[in-house]
Design a binder for this molecule. Structure first.
Ligand SMILES: NC(=O)c1ccc[n+]([C@@H]2O[C@H](COP(=O)([O-])OP(=O)(O)OC[C@H]3O[C@@H](n4cnc5c(N)ncnc54)[C@H](O)[C@@H]3O)[C@@H](O)[C@H]2O)c1
Length: 269
């Protein structure tokens, strides 16, 4: 599935799923622009990905920052074919203690935490798409990264789930908006991946559940995976990247507005 000559922008790609997606695109011959909030991680990702990569520090939730990133990549590559809206925060936010101190994440959630979750997990997709769409090539593609939390309720993550459900809806709206330009918009809902997001979630679980005190964070994660996943294993960033590459390729030329869970069957239960 060669993507030779394609130019791909991936937000939040300094580490985790975004970096894994970037590796998959580079393997298929694409040039990749990785953006992230964190300068050191952005630079490290650029070096790891090699000569076909460019790293830019940019807030995916800022149209202005993303427009600046687009003008920089246009100066180097002259076009943009694919946007992957990956940036997000999966775990607890800066108000970690506030949430973990209560049995109800919903009742203990402040307006500030709600707004923060919506900004990181939904506005990122809106602002980045808004800045990028005018420059996307005809026949290009947008891939949104939502979550299985978008597909059903998770009482511990009410704002995150609502934000990711918004990403699913935005996918369908943009798919209709951009169809006349032959730009396709699709969505991936990842399941359980051992990234920084789950390190934070397992830290929160351990703080709330004394019976987990003697387990490592990784062991807690593996227990969750074993309990939840019909196929019996965690997903990897490359599992997500493989579908992103397919969505972006000509093999998917008649696929738009679609949402696929890469979750080992979790969302089927
Ligand atoms: N890890 C999982 O199990 C899981 C499951 C479902 C969905 N997801 C989603 O996958 C995506 C990637 O998550 P991850 O697990 O790799 O998390 P991660 O925390 O390891 O990586 C997220 C990256 O995004 C960057 N980022 C966050 N906000 C940003 C912004 N406004 N602008 C630019 N960069 C920003 C961070 O600096 C970080 O490098 C997120 O959207 C997350 O919600 C993750």
């Amino acid at each position: 599935m060669s993507l030779n000559g394609k130019v791909v922008l991936i937000t939040g790609a300094g580490r985790g799923i975004g970096l894994g997606i970037a590796k998959c695109f580079v393997q298929q011959g694409a040039s990749v622009i990785v953006t992230d909030l964190d300068g050191a991680m952005t630079r490290a990702a650029e070096l790891e990905l090699g000569e076909n990569a460019m790293g830019l520090v940019a807030d995916a939730a800022s149209q202005e920052a993303m427009r600046d990133a687009v003008s920089q990549l246009m100066a180097r590559y002259g076009k943009l074919d694919v946007l992957v809206n990956n940036a997000g925060i999966g775990g607890p936010t800066t108000q970690f203690d506030e949430i973990s101190a209560s049995d109800s994440a919903f009742l203990s959630m402040s307006d500030a935490v709600w707004d923060e979750q919506l900004m990181f997990n939904l506005r990122t997709a809106f602002s980045s798409s808004n800045a990028v769409v005018p420059h996307l090539s005809q026949g290009g593609s947008i891939v949104n990264i939502a979550s299985i939390a978008a597909l059903g309720p998770t009482t511990s993550l009410p704002a995150y789930g609502a934000a990711k459900a918004g990403v699913v809806h935005l996918t369908k709206t943009l798919a209709m908006e951009l169809a006349p330009r032959r730009i396709r918009v699709n969505c991936i809902c990842p399941g359980l991946l051992w990234t920084r997001a789950w390190e934070l979630l397992t830290t929160q679980m351990q703080a709330n559940q004394p019976e987990l005190a003697n387990m490592s964070l990784r062991q807690i994660f593996e227990t969750v995976v074993a309990e939840m996943t019909p196929l019996g294993g965690e997903q990897t960033p490359e599992d997500i990247g493989n579908l992103a590459v397919f969505y972006a390729s000509d093999k998917a030329r008649m696929i738009t507005g679609q949402v696929v869970a890469v979750d080992g069957g979790i969302s089927t239960k």
